[in-house]
Design a protein around this ligand. Structure first.
Ligand SMILES: Cc1ncc(COP(=O)(O)O)c(C=O)c1O
Length: 447
């Protein structure tokens, strides 16, 4: 297939003159041959400025669980556009949306809305500290909770768990954060004491390998956390509404004290939530913890989120088995094409989330992820782009409710060709990681 990226290259060049780095969020710079400039999206497909079409398995880094043009979301937003963009005041969508969250997410008894996952994480930590009267927070190595200073440590490909995610971070901001090994009950036991306000985790570590918790691990964390008088927070920004209607907590059967939602919650619009036990969230209800934001639950994003959640809810019996099937088909296509071409590839997948690594050994821990060759995967994503498949260069794989057998078939054909090319390139390299000098995943795990 002969695809050119001339228009994207021109747009990127133009952006570099006025947009710092030429991209709006750092991770997008990893795309090769250039950050693609898209002009349209519909269902599971995207079109770029050069007229190239792609089957999309990146889904805007997760939000487009209903595909790129979900009718119910778009109609709800159109209706609201005619009634005003924002009031900076209460409106009927707010309680309807809060009720929808409380109906669908097992841990949600009360909720509060923000605009992005990072903000909602920040709010959750503040609420947990107020509710417990304690300061320390335990996070896990490789888990990503947004770009704000305090929790943006221990996120990249480093064995130093306290390494800041970026230059410019204030190390003091993370002084009360401990970084713990995940899936290791003893490590957590050693860190937990009467000063810990909260333990926060991705219940399935999608950002670093789509790693699942070991059997019994979440239950053990819950027991230890509760015994220490601390709160358990699940960051379900990725897994919420994606792994089940009620998120990973419902799928895995462990209900945390608090939950953070974002991405798929908005059906493509920027909105997030922190929700949880009524006695904990009463810190916000009483006004003791101030929860603020000009755009919080604005009616446009609120209408989108309400329509998205109602769609998940109404169609849950078809949507979630379908998402599991599509996710499994995607992972199988990757595995089969890699095996046929002789590319050492590992794929972890749970429902509509997955992660692929070019690595010789199975990837089931944070340490295992460090054995992978991220440059080779970036190259695979470039080869796939040329074949009409759009994936996140770092390795996360997403499917939506709009992916069908047809998209999987296209993926299979593309993978056969791309893996074949990658295999010969790897064979001709002395060191596979020399494929690219940059890695696309070294420091920043998320969007
Ligand atoms: C698990 C998790 N938490 C929090 C965030 C931050 O969300 P946002 O990018 O909306 O600030 C992300 C973003 O990818 C995420 O994956």
């Amino acid at each position: 297939m002969n695809r050119t990226f001339i228009g994207s290259a021109r747009e990127h060049e133009r952006s570099l003159a006025s947009l710092a780095g030429g991209v709006a969020t750092a991770i997008r710079a990893a795309q090769r041959p250039v950050p693609v400039s898209f002009v349209g999206g519909s269902g599971p497909r995207l079109t770029d400025i050069d007229g190239n079409e792609y089957v999309d398995f990146a889904l805007a880094y997760g939000p487009m669980l209903l595909g790129h043009s979900p009718a119910a979301v778009i109609e709800a937003v159109h209706r609201q556009l005619d009634r005003g963009l924002g009031y900076g005041a209460s409106h009927p969508i707010e309680p309807a949306l809060a009720e929808a969250v409380c109906r669908t997410v097992p841990s949600a008894e009360l909720c509060a809305f923000s605009n992005t996952g990072s903000e909602a994480v920040h709010a959750a930590i503040r609420i947990a500290r107020a509710a417990t009267g304690r300061r320390r927070v335990i996070k896990f190595q490789g888990h990503y909770h947004g770009w704000l200073d305090p929790l943006h440590i221990g996120v990249g490909a480093s064995l130093d768990p306290r390494e800041p995610g970026t230059a410019g971070q204030d190390p003091q901001a993370s002084a009360s954060i401990d970084v713990c090994a995940w899936n290791d009950v003893d490590a957590l036991r050693q860190l937990l004491d009467s000063e810990v306000a909260a333990v926060i985790m991705e219940p399935v570590a999608v950002n670093r390998g789509c790693l699942s918790p070991a059997p019994g691990y979440l239950e053990a964390v819950q027991e230890l956390t509760s015994a220490a008088g601390a709160l358990l927070i699940f960051d379900e920004v990725i897994t919420g509404f994606r792994l089940a209607l009620g998120g990973a907590q419902q799928r895995l059967g462990v209900t945390p004290d608090m939950t953070i939602l974002g991405k798929a919650m908005g059906g493509g619009f920027p909105i997030s939530a922190v929700c949880g036990r009524a006695d904990v969230m009463s810190e916000v209800a009483s006004g003791r913890v101030s929860h603020m934001g000009t755009f919080n639950a604005n009616p446009i994003c609120g209408a989108a989120a309400l329509a998205a959640i109602e769609t998940y809810e109404r169609n849950a019996e078809e949507i979630y088995p379908g998402l599991d099937e599509a996710g499994f088909a995607l992972a199988s296509a990757y595995r089969e094409a890699a095996a046929a071409a002789g590319v050492p590839l590992q794929v972890n997948q749970l429902g509509a989330a997955g992660y692929a690594y070019v690595a010789t050994q199975p990837v089931s821990s944070y340490e295992d992820t460090l054995t992978a060759d991220p440059g080779a995967y970036v190259r695979l994503s470039e080869l796939l782009l040329e074949e009409g498949i759009h994936v996140i260069p770092r390795g996360i794989l997403y499917t939506s409710t709009t992916h069908t057998d047809r998209e999987v078939k296209e993926l299979e054909g593309a993978l056969d060709r791309a893996m074949g090319r990658l295999a010969s390139e790897l064979a001709s390299q002395e060191a596979p990681s020399a494929l690219h000098d940059d890695e696309g995943q070294s420091g920043q795990p998320a969007s």
